[in-house]
Design a protein around this ligand. Structure first.
Ligand code: GTQ
Length: 343
């Protein structure tokens, strides 16, 4: 195994010129860039977005830009490793903080990337997905799967903010990202499926009826149920981590994005394995600190931070804390290379 491969300068200038003319390039001087030894070499850096810092800027965007001019009023969380304006927080995960003011509506569209929202603050917001009205309460996870019509509305009287997570970078990379605009949708006059078909854990609509389940049968995962379950696990000495899944298939909720809710008791430390997926953490409640490859992120309620692939993480909670980890493990599982390493 050779550590030192030939450099471009090792080649005669007339040969290099002939290569350029022919539209080809030698692999060997670039080989280690694309195939480094033993572990990938991430571009992504640790990111930390303090909600206390970003919130006033987001509210200011509400004054400066009406939703009609913005379509979606969002501040994008740019990966520091890629620089400001990067439309991604990690290689595959896009994150943005979206503001909707009382009475506003964000128009209907559908697009190839899939999205999920974690509600950060405010009452009265809702998203309509293929005619199903999904109420948005703090901490709720609301899906808008790729290809489904969605618009956002707001019946309350305080600003509503949520964190958007999309697999957009992947679709941009594949040159497959586009949107189609439409009219605001008629809303079916019934509660969403989490309160009807999937209201009882471990139970699904009887399969004898012949009507097949929808591909995305449940699109709202209420935080209240997640918190109750995490508390029960912590109380009984289990590791309080729960994956959000499709109740019909047991698969991750979206094709490329996974969501895992976790609880840390006051003073608890956690050292998860090194994972090949990238991660973003949203603090639903609590405060603490996470050391990521030696960099300390001191997090507060509603903050968001990111960890690159194979990062060494140590979480420590200063008080009882709840986080949701957004990751791309479902994509890596499908591609057959998800991996965990012990430190
Ligand atoms: O709410 O549909 O942050 O289409 C980026 C693109 C949110 C949305 C984003 C979108 C949306």
């Amino acid at each position: 195994m050779s550590e030192e491969l030939g450099k471009i300068e090792d080649l005669p200038e007339d040969y290099r010129h002939a290569l350029r003319e022919a539209g080809v390039a030698p692999l060997w001087p670039m080989m280690r860039n694309v195939l480094p030894h033993n572990a990938p070499n991430p571009v992504s850096h640790v990111g930390h977005w303090s909600y206390a810092n970003v919130r006033p800027l987001l509210l200011k965007a509400g004054d400066l830009t009406p939703v009609e001019k913005a379509e979606r009023r969002v501040l994008v969380l740019s990966d520091p490793g890629r620089g400001l304006g990067a439309m991604q927080a990690t290689a595959s995960i896009y994150l943005g903080l979206q503001l909707l003011l009382p009475g506003e509506a964000a128009p209907a569209h559908r697009h190839t990337p899939s999205a999920a929202r974690i509600v950060v603050e405010g009452e009265g917001g809702f998203t309509v997905v293929d005619g199903e009205r999904l109420p948005m309460k703090e901490g709720d996870l609301v899906l808008t799967p790729g290809g489904d019509w969605h618009d956002h509305g707001h019946d309350g009287d305080e600003p509503v903010v949520w964190l958007d997570a999309l697999d957009l970078p992947l679709f941009v990379y594949l040159e497959g990202s586009y949107a189609i605009e439409g009219e605001l949708q008629a809303q079916r006059n019934r509660p969403d499926a989490s309160a009807v078909e999937y209201a009882a854990p471990g139970m699904v609509p009887s399969r004898t009826g012949g009507r097949g389940a929808r591909r995305y049968p449940m699109m709202r995962y209420p935080w209240s149920a997640a918190e109750e379950a995490l508390r029960a696990m912590a109380r009984h000495g289990e590791v309080a981590e729960l994956d959000y899944i499709n109740p019909e298939t047991g698969d991750a909720v979206l094709p490329a994005l996974g969501f895992t809710a976790m609880m840390l008791k006051s003073g608890q430390t956690e050292q998860p394995p090194l994972r090949s997926c990238s991660s973003a953490f949203h603090v639903v409640r609590g405060s603490g600190r996470t050391v990521i490859d030696g960099i300390e992120v001191a997090w507060q309620e509603k903050d968001t931070f990111t960890a690159p692939i194979f990062a060494e993480l140590v979480h420590e909670a200063d008080e009882e804390s709840f986080l949701i980890r957004i990751h791309d493990r479902p994509l890596q599982d499908k591609l057959g290379y998800y991996e965990e390493r012990t430190r």
